[in-house]
Ligand binder design. Structure first.
Ligand code: ADP
Length: 449
């Protein structure tokens, strides 16, 4: 028994010795200190934590429901997340390293491919600013159309140079269908309601006509109020109809060559009456010097004044709508002073302006002014009727002709709306005019036959 105990003790002792030996060898291998073993673990910890971070961002990018595409500075695809694959129909393996334009094809709502001026990738790469586009349609690999909203942001180096682009986009087909249905409803409803409103307005006008009806003063006062409210309602329906059409690109437009200087001169004469009723003066200024046409009378007798020709390619009826709206606003929101319509330009643009010396617009409202239904909230706008659709429609019309509209205003001093539209050179205008004349001749001949 004793010898058994001695044997077991010897075996345990041997095992302990071996363990101690192994620990010693490892201890020595690690540089003699146990702390050192932790240091080596530190760098491997860093590597593994970086690996973890990378994995984490990969997990996040893969889990995002939006398509994410990363491009390098040559605009080749470096990252293509699963949502991007699902929306575009492209497999990651096929898309990676290709230039973005062979994978991401964008078209507008009329199915016309984007030009490089419209392409958000190009624009972001050129301007080094984020570019958003909520109206784009993507052509998928199998040639299907998907409505998307996309934002492309540049990635910049320390020297503020382009290092790459990151695009995030989502499928907005459902939202756009819904929007389209809503617009359709508003358009049908306002169209249907315009007819009875026009009838009511007509009958009220008849009732107010002294040659048709004899009514007492009190009744006249009430009918006058009813008449102006009906007119307001009619204008609201008309504006609703125009704005929904403008939104989904159904605004009709027949552009032609228009010499804007002469066109505005005639338009001012039509508009003058509304301003004069309110005791406001009206001026028309033409040319860079802002020379008023009223100065014409001062021209030396016999000396011919050379007036610049401001040719544009626009629908004159649409321009009338815009200028009339801006002018009517000038009348509505001014109590005194002069309303000025002006025109000037350079080689490339014709610039129109409508200014007043009225109440002005607060600076904080200016960025929102061209949005649908936006009205400045003050005591004046609460009493002065309006729909908040006029400036939205103006912007949409100006954009039809690749133009731009903006406003400058000073509270208590007045407001100026500016419009820039592309200018046609005199030669180009003459060519187009000759073509228009030929077409008119042809249609007249066909009409006769
Ligand atoms: P509204 O039918 O209300 O006039 P608009 O879209 O034409 O709608 O104009 C939007 C708002 O912009 C107006 O409600 C008004 O507050 C402001 N506004 C427009 N034009 C002028 C102006 N000439 N002077 C001052 N405020 C203006």
């Amino acid at each position: 028994m004793d010898s058994l105990i001695i044997i077991i003790a010897a075996v345990i002792g041997g095992i302990l010795l071996v363990v101690a030996l192994v620990v010693f060898i490892i201890f020595k291998k690690n540089g003699g200190t146990l702390r050192n073993s932790n240091h080596t673990g530190g760098s491997s910890l860093l590597a593994s934590s970086l690996r973890n971070e990378k994995q984490k961002s990969e997990v996040v990018i893969s889990a995002i429901a939006d398509g994410v595409i990363l491009l390098d500075k040559n605009l080749n695809i470096q990252l293509f997340n699963p949502a991007a694959q699902q929306i575009s129909g492209w497999q990651k393996e096929d898309a990676l390293t290709l230039v973005y334009s062979s994978v991401i094809q964008l078209v507008n709502d009329k199915d016309v491919p984007y030009t490089s001026d419209q392409d958000p990738f190009r624009k972001a790469a050129e301007t080094l600013q984020p570019v958003r586009d909520n109206k784009a349609t993507m052509v998928t690999k199998s040639n299907k159309r998907v409505s998307i909203s996309i934002i492309v942001s540049p990635l910049l180096s320390d020297k503020q140079q382009l290092d790459g682009l990151i695009a995030v986009f989502r499928d907005v087909s459902e939202e756009r269908d819904e929007e389209h249905r809503r617009a359709e409803f508003i358009s049908t409803a306002s169209h249907e309601m315009r007819t009875p409103v026009a009838a009511i307005e007509g009958y009220l006008a008849l009732a107010l006509n002294e040659k048709v009806c004899q009514i007492d003063a009190k009744a006249r006062e009430y009918l006058n109020k009813a008449h102006s409210s009906t007119q307001h309602l009619g204008k609201l329906f008309q504006d609703l109809l125009t704005s929904t059409k403008a939104e989904d690109g159904r605004l009709s437009s027949s552009p032609q060559v228009v010499e804007m200087g002469l066109y505005l001169e005639h338009l001012v004469e039509d508009l003058r009456i509304a301003a004069q009723k309110k005791g406001l003066d009206v001026a028309y200024q033409i040319g860079a010097s802002g020379m008023s046409t009223e100065d014409k009378g001062n021209a030396v007798a016999g000396q011919k004044m050379i007036r610049p020709l401001y040719y544009t390619f626009v629908d004159p009826e649409r321009v009338r709508e815009v200028i009339t709206n801006l002018f009517d606003n000038g009348v509505k929101y001014s109590e005194k002073g002069t309303l000025t319509i002006g025109i000037t330009g350079d080689d490339k643009v014709v610039q129109l302006r409508v200014s007043d010396q009225g109440m002005g617009i607060p600076a904080e409202d200016i960025p929102h002014l061209f949005q649908k239904f936006y009205r400045v909230d003050n005591s004046a706008t609460r009493t002065i009727g309006g729909t908040g659709l006029g400036l939205f429609i103006c912007r949409k019309i100006v954009e039809l002709y690749n133009g731009k509209i903006w406003v400058e205003s000073q509270i208590g001093q007045g407001t100026t709306f500016f419009i820039n539209v592309p200018r046609l050179s005199n030669d180009r205008a003459q060519q187009l005019l000759a073509k228009e004349a030929k077409q008119n001749e042809l249609s007249a001949t066909i009409g006769v036959v």
